[in-house]
Design a protein around this ligand. Structure first.
Ligand code: ARG
Length: 430
């Protein structure tokens, strides 16, 4: 009986050739698994292709709900943007796929999992590290890392075996797509100076120019409604993405640091992801206590880095999720997004859990803030600096521009040293 391998099957050239290669070169029985994470794909046609390439079985798994419930909601809670820009589109989908590969391997008694990643991308790390985190006993095979074929040779390999492919010989870009967005690489984009040609875009083609607004409602940090209409999150992401994308909003053009050590020019379109993170972060500004907000903001980039680096199933990432989850209880309310060509901006926000207190914030008659407390607060807040300043000798750089303002160096130092404002009580009345 031959050994089984479960292959993450995308239906593209590489994974189709991988089906035949795993069988012919390594003697595996190949189970092709297509995981639906919201990509544009014809899953029936993929079945024909996988079987034509020699797979013993083909399985489609709809993981869209799971991807939003267990993965995207955490990314939103973490306002996750790798290097401040990239909402982790591919990085979020790989652990979803890995979960299902491992599950399928267990159900079919496979000894190995396989994926179509090359040796120079981040996705291989996410597949490999994800797999060892869940199933350290499984063998991992990545044919494209070892077969040493060029694109032309792969096309030839497929043609010889009559594997039916789409017109992929002329494919200009490498595209990875799911419900959180679309990543576009290769071709002219490999020159970071070259502007992305308009035809690389699919989700952000500008078709509307009259300004409009949309309100996003959050409950516990999770988006639950658009303009007051409740809907499942998968649909909300689709609807909002289509709307903001129609204004041409959601494009990202960046040079990114890959985990494998080199810089890569990446173009993304993530209309829903960017709009939701924008709205979520804004609602947090209204509803999170100050220290919590600041500490959370410090942890967010680390979370994005971990997920980018393939550490989804790590104890650190889990612990950070627990922290973020604990922060989200008060993140309830609505954010108004104003849409115009190329733009999506926050126009307003409101919340039952709002920490905004009009009586404290206003300068008009309703002002309840105790202004007289300000002086004592400032005096003590600045006490250590006042003390430090007073002890500096003449000519101390900190004294430049201080009391007795003068452009002559030295003169200013003396007046600070004299303690005009430095001594105890020196600032009373201010
Ligand atoms: N650079 C992005 C990342 O590492 C996108 C990867 C896209 N993957 C692909 N197979 N084209 O997450």
């Amino acid at each position: 009986m031959s050994r089984k391998v479960v292959l993450a099957y995308s239906g593209g050239l590489d994974t189709s050739v991988a089906v035949a290669w795993l069988r012919e070169e390594l003697g595996f029985e190949v189970v092709a698994v297509a995981v639906d994470v919201g990509q544009e794909a014809d899953f029936d046609q993929m079945q024909d292709r996988a079987l034509a390439a020699g797979a013993v079985d083909y399985v489609v798994i709809d993981a869209k709900d799971e991807m939003v419930t267990d993965f995207v909601t955490r990314a939103i809670a973490a306002n996750a943007l790798y290097e401040g820009k990239y909402p982790l589109v591919s990085a979020l989908s790989r652990p979803v796929i890995v979960k299902h590969l491992v599950g399928q391997a267990r159900r079919t008694g496979a000894v190995a999992v396989a994926h179509g990643s090359t040796g120079k991308g981040n996705d291989q790390i996410r597949f490999d590290v994800g797999t060892v985190s869940l199933a350290p006993d499984l063998e991992i095979v990545a044919p494209a890392r070892v077969w040493g074929m060029t694109r032309e040779q792969s096309l030839d390999y497929a043609a010889k075996r009559r594997i039916p492919l789409q017109a992929s010989a002329s494919k200009l870009y490498s595209i990875d797509e799911n419900l959180w967005g679309r990543a576009i690489e290769c071709g002219v984009l490999e020159n970071p100076w070259e502007a992305p040609p308009e035809d690389v875009f699919g989700l952000t083609r500008p078709t509307r120019d009259e300004p409009s607004e949309v309100a996003v409602t959050f409950a516990g940090g999770i988006p639950v409604a658009l303009d007051g209409r409740s809907m499942p999150l998968v649909q909300l992401i689709e609807d909002l993405g289509r709307l903001v994308g129609s204004y041409g909003y959601g494009r990202i053009d960046m040079v990114e640091n890959r985990r494998v050590g080199f810089k890569s020019r990446e173009v993304y379109e993530c209309p829903a992801a960017l709009a939701l993170i924008l709205a979520h972060r804004d609602l947090e500004s209204l509803t999170l206590e100050r220290d919590l907000a600041h500490e959370k903001a410090r942890l967010e980039p680390r979370w994005a880095e971990l997920v980018y680096d393939g550490m989804w199933f790590s104890p650190l990432k889990d612990a950070m999720d627990a922290f973020f989850a604990a922060s989200q209880g008060s993140v309830n309310g609505e954010v108004r997004l104003a849409l115009a060509p190329g733009r999506c901006t926050v126009a307003g926000r409101r919340s039952e859990s709002s920490l905004y207190d009009y009586g404290l914030a206003t300068y008009d008659a309703a002002d309840r803030f105790r202004h007289e407390d300000g002086a004592g607060f400032s005096r003590i807040w600045g006490l250590s600096l006042a003390n430090w300043s007073a002890k500096q000798g003449p000519g101390a750089p900190s004294a430049v521009g201080g009391p007795g303002e003068s452009s002559a160096p030295g003169a200013t130092g003396e007046s600070a040293g004299a303690g005009g404002q430095g001594g105890p009580g020196g600032t009373t009345g201010r």
